[in-house]
Design a protein around this ligand. Sequence first.
Ligand code: DGL
Length: 275
Amino acid sequence: MSTAGPIGVFDSGYGGLTILHELRAVMSQYDYLYLGDNARAPYGTRSFDVVYRYTRQAVASLFERGCHLVILACNTASAKALRTIQQTDLPLIDPERRVLGVIRPTAEAVGDITRSRHVGILATTGTILSRSYDIEIGKLHPDIQVTGQDCPMWVPLVENHEYDKPGADYFVKQKLDEIMQRDPAIDTIILACTHYPLLMDKIKKYAPQGVTIVSQGTWVASSLDAYLHNHPEMAARITRGGQLHCLTTENSEKFDATAHHFLGQQIKSENIVLG
Ligand code: DGL
């Protein structure tokens, strides 16, 4: 067995930092290696083949840097690449390593939240078109009616630091109005894109009263915590010490300036090239 390594956390850009934040809150004992493919974000409008290729490159890079466990902290990558990586790539690369996504833990948790059994999913165009949430929630909670709505402008608002500016209000209100018109019985809206929690204040401002807005970070963290308790052989392959190192495919100063808004701490990232 090769030596232990950090937990790899991958996102197309900054969004996965919202998941990383929750992972570190619940499992502070582990080391983490974050990779943001900021130079090629957003992934949400890219084709299946491209998202799969980019995600596979990112996973390979995290494996090369010693990770035995990689979390795709990106719904778009989880929707479009996870299954193929798990079924086709992992058996060839190293059947002992694991790649996990964010959709399954979210689908599991939503059953306990909704009372009306009408759930709205806000996500990138890629995630919505993949129908991954409809499928996963349908398998676990067939009584829940799922309405998916893509929000193509939301990731650019976050990636370009516009999420807390007045201009963002228009785009947030527009999509909340749209999804609530399509199913007024929705009582729970899932932010199924890791970038969207940054827009939480505005989303709460424009969501109808009584509608619960949920982000997935805490669910993903508690699911991973349970996974590692059930798989001590994997937990033993993770280094401990609470260290975080960040990699970005963009300029590292630019990454550091934005990442600290997500994590509340100073970051000194390293630039890498994928592909
Ligand atoms: N943050 C990613 C997600 O959860 C995707 C953002 C993007 O690159 O479009 O879907």
